[in-house]
Design a protein around this ligand. Structure first.
Ligand SMILES: Cc1ncc(COP(=O)(O)O)c(C=O)c1O
Length: 388
């Protein structure tokens, strides 16, 4: 049996030892200097001015959409049909209207032409997901959105280190969201990040993370101004926006700092694994024209060439027999329009109109790709599934 889990050894002995050393020497456990250090290191790695560390990728999504509504008002937000649940639920929760777009098969990200078609004068933002390690952006889309003054929010929870023309995705739009959940490129056990170059948005995210409190901003002028405006309030407790508590802890930041040291090496290994996997896949049976320029896949993506339910059944059976863990659809389970929370709210939207999302939903899946995965296992995996 091949025995390939979705993820292996993502929190190493070195990480836990680092954490133990920290615990023995600190008396500060929640959101403090280590969190700030991790945020700064992350901004440096990514190439943005600011980052805000939170307790999950979903929290990053919720804070971002709430912040956009607070600063720019509620409106339409263009979202993919292939994404994670919180990329849609955060839009709804913030009072925006999600406008759904089908994806391209080459990178499973929103189709550029469809995005542009759906832009109206009510559009506030495009919330693009870089799916399963593929870069989902092009220079032409960036230029079009800039020209039309539309905010681009990048969800990079599945694609840390992917690039467009050498520039890291997550540094190309107005703001970006990352996840450090256990199964991702790097882990803080649970965790997420909002990154941006925009000072006002950064300060807003700091407030949203901690109950909407003004004391969380690092802009002293802003703080003083608000305190002067509300002399009847205790300056320690001015709640400026309807925020959340989405803080993380010093412990998670310590793990993040240690993990960051090996992120680039791990990305290079995963990229090499993916190349080996895709090059050995039978292109007559499996789609293999993915756009791998600047990819950073933490998973092996399998999409049937033809819509063939019997073949898909055999594929899942073979993987089970070999104890190869897999997830059907993509990280979010496939076409989000089929999910009960979307169907109920938008009964007129027809999931089958989104042809590529449907194909991925019924004939797509992924298996684990992690740095320590033996290349012989990768070759054996492709040999076995090519035989079906
Ligand atoms: C695209 C995307 N966004 C957001 C999330 C949420 O991240 P988390 O699990 O850290 O809440 C995920 C989850 O894996 C994801 O794949």
């Amino acid at each position: 049996m091949l025995n390939i889990p979705l993820m292996s050894n993502n929190i190493t002995k070195e990480d836990t030892q680092c954490l133990i050393r920290f615990l023995e020497t600190t008396d500060r456990f929640t959101n403090g200097p280590k969190v700030r250090e991790f945020e700064q290191a992350w901004s440096e790695w990514l190439g943005t001015r600011y980052s805000v560390f939170v307790n999950s990728g979903a929290s990053a999504n919720f804070m971002t959409m709430a912040g956009i509504a607070q600063i720019y008002g509620m409106g339409e937000v263009i979202v993919p049909t292939i994404t994670w649940v919180s990329d849609i639920s955060s839009v709804i929760a913030a009072g925006h209207t999600p406008v759904f777009v089908d994806v391209d098969l080459k990178n499973m990200a929103m189709c550029e032409a469809h995005i542009l078609e759906k832009i109206t004068d009510r559009t506030k933002a495009v919330f693009l997901t870089h799916v399963l390690g593929f870069n989902g952006l092009s220079e032409s889309l960036l230029n079009e959105l800039k020209k039309r003054n539309i905010l681009l929010i990048e969800d990079v929870c599945e694609s840390h280190g992917a690039t467009l023309n050498g520039k890291k995705v997550g540094s190309l739009g107005f703001a970006s969201n990352f996840s450090f959940y256990y199964a991702h490129h790097m882990s803080t056990i649970e965790g997420g990040m909002v990154s941006t170059d925009d000072e006002e948005f950064y300060q807003m995210m700091r407030m949203y993370r901690s109950h909407g409190m003004v004391r969380e901003t690092t802009n002293e002028g802003y703080k003083k101004n608000i305190e002067d405006q509300f002399p009847d309030l205790n300056p320690e407790f001015i709640f400026m926006v309807p925020g959340f508590n989405m803080r993380s802890t010093e412990l998670n930041a310590v793990i993040g700092l240690n993990q960051l040291k090996r992120l680039d090496d791990n990305i290079a290994k995963r990229r090499e694994n993916f190349r080996l996997f895709i090059e050995n896949l039978d292109g007559k049976k499996y789609f293999n024209e993915f756009d791998t320029e600047g990819n950073s896949n933490y998973a092996f993506v399998l999409l049937l060439r033809e819509a063939d339910p019997e073949f898909f059944k055999q594929l899942t059976q073979t993987l089970r027999e070999e104890n190869v863990e897999f997830r059907r659809g993509t990280a979010g389970g496939g076409n989000q329009l089929r999910q009960p929370f979307v169907r109920k709210r938008y009964p007129d939207i027809c999931p089958t109109d989104y042809v590529n999302a449907e194909k991925i939903h019924f004939y797509g899946m992924y298996t684990g790709n992690y740095p320590g995965l033996d290349r012989r296992k990768i070759l054996e995996l492709t040999r076995i599934i090519n035989k079906i």
